[in-house]
Design a protein around this ligand. Structure first.
Ligand code: GCU
Length: 419
């Protein structure tokens, strides 16, 4: 994760002086050239137009089947004394469709136990890379039985998770810290929704949505990122039924490819109150038109299943994209969004992430927020977090989610969800 193969690496530009000049599409001008000067015009004309472009050209549309997909929920475990007595832990199976083979997403929820005055609490929701058992040392969390990506260093044998993976990425989730700060934490393994490999969309949730005779998504229909984002929305549907959770205060977050997913989920589903992108890079928060680090061509070559079929035509032709990623951030407006970058994560183009956040500012201002507050790309700092409704964080270190990142996420969420 996070490192390209040798051939791609040799062709990658990491030289700021070699970044070609580019012109970003104006988020406040419609395709017809009309200037968007009011919140009303944004909401009625420009936002729907941009959303459609991201759907048809980038992530793909979520198909609308003639019959709704049946979805059922079952609470499969409940532990009232989890995380050293600080939390209630619940595991819920969310089943998509019917029959024994129907895809199912296992949702793990930690609810804070400290006095909340009976009030429902805000929550963080994000997908994980290695199964729910890997995000916590809690011995009661069930080991995922789903297919796992090869290349996990330990805890995975023949694409199956084992006990050795328990708690392997606990530092990436900081569950105890999150509940201590009065938030619920909910997570699911992304491969439950769609296993992360290119199988022509035969597994995961895509086939549930095929028309009779359809065998793969149309060129403008969703790829894996679209499906993962859909799964996040289904998790939010469930959280809305949990009395202890305030569903109007759910922050969606994700790292890397799952940061791209969190941004798309937040853009697509306005019920998410706040969005956090961690090291999401190309196809996430960083500008496609900036040739620095990963490119559209790299994404399409290495991960042909992530985006929609139409996105392929932009490999090497980023200037032809009718949108750029600052407009993805703008689709989240006026809701708070935090773009978090890491210094050594040059593949993700941290500066391109900063510039995208900055270029989303006019939309946030039009909608009456304080927008983006930084004029210059800041120096990396451990406790970096800019003020404003679009916040930016730039810390030293590598492509990862660190406890110090969580401190910034919590501070940002306190500011916007607890005021
Ligand atoms: C690769 C990919 C990135 C992605 C990352 C990840 O590095 O090129 O686009 O963000 O994997 O998800 O770990």
């Amino acid at each position: 994760m996070g490192t390209p193969d040798a051939e791609i690496a040799a062709q990658t530009n990491y030289d700021e002086a070699a970044v070609r000049p580019y012109t970003l599409p104006d988020p406040l001008r419609t395709a017809e050239g009309r200037s968007v000067t009011s919140p009303d015009l944004w909401a009625k004309a420009r936002r729907p137009e941009l959303l459609k472009l991201f759907e048809s050209q980038v992530y793909g549309k979520t198909p609308t089947p003639s019959q709704p997909i049946p979805i059922s929920h079952e609470v499969v475990s409940e532990e009232p004394e989890a995380l050293g007595g600080k939390a209630i832990r619940r595991e819920v199976t969310i089943k998509f469709g019917e029959g024994a083979d129907a895809p199912r997403m296992e949702l793990l929820i930690f609810l804070p136990k400290q006095p909340t005055g009976g009030r429902p609490v805000p929550a963080f929701l994000g997908l994980n890379f290695e199964g729910n058992h890997a995000v916590t040392n809690d011995p009661g969390v069930r080991i995922s039985t789903a297919w796992m990506r090869p290349g996990q260093e330990k805890g995975v044998v023949d694409n199956r998770a084992t006990e050795a993976g328990r708690g392997r990425v606990a530092d990436r989730w900081c569950a105890e810290r999150v509940v201590e700060r009065g938030y619920a934490l909910a997570t699911a393994y992304y491969g439950d929704i769609d296993p992360d490999f290119d199988d022509g969309f035969q597994n995961g949730v895509h086939p549930l949505f095929y028309r009779p005779g359809q065998t793969k998504p149309d060129p403008d229909q969703w790829g894996s990122i679209g499906a993962w984002a859909w799964g996040l929305s289904r998790a939010l549907d469930y959280l809305a039924t949990v009395p202890e959770v305030d569903a109007a205060k759910v922050a969606v977050l994700g790292h890397s490819r799952l940061g791209k997913t969190a941004l798309w989920a937040g853009a697509h589903d306005p019920r998410f109150a706040l969005v956090i992108s961690n090291n999401s890079g190309e196809g996430g928060a960083s500008l496609a038109r900036r040739n620095f680090g990963e490119t559209t061509a790299n994404l399409n070559k290495s991960f042909p299943h992530w985006f929609c079929g139409n996105f392929k035509q932009y490999s090497g032709h980023e200037d032809k994209l009718p949108v750029d990623q600052h407009e993805l951030i703008a689709l989240i407006a006026p809701r708070p969004v935090l773009i978090s970058s890491a210094e050594d994560d040059t593949w993700a183009d941290p500066r391109g992430e900063f510039l995208a956040a900055q270029a989303a500012d006019p939309v946030y201002r039009l909608l009456g927020t304080d927008g983006f507050q930084l004029a210059e790309w800041p120096a990396p700092a451990e406790d970096s977090l800019s003020k404003g409704t679009i916040a930016y964080r730039y810390r030293p270190g590598k492509h990862d989610v660190l406890p110090s990142d969580w401190e910034a996420f919590l501070k940002f969420a306190d500011e916007h969800l607890k005021k």
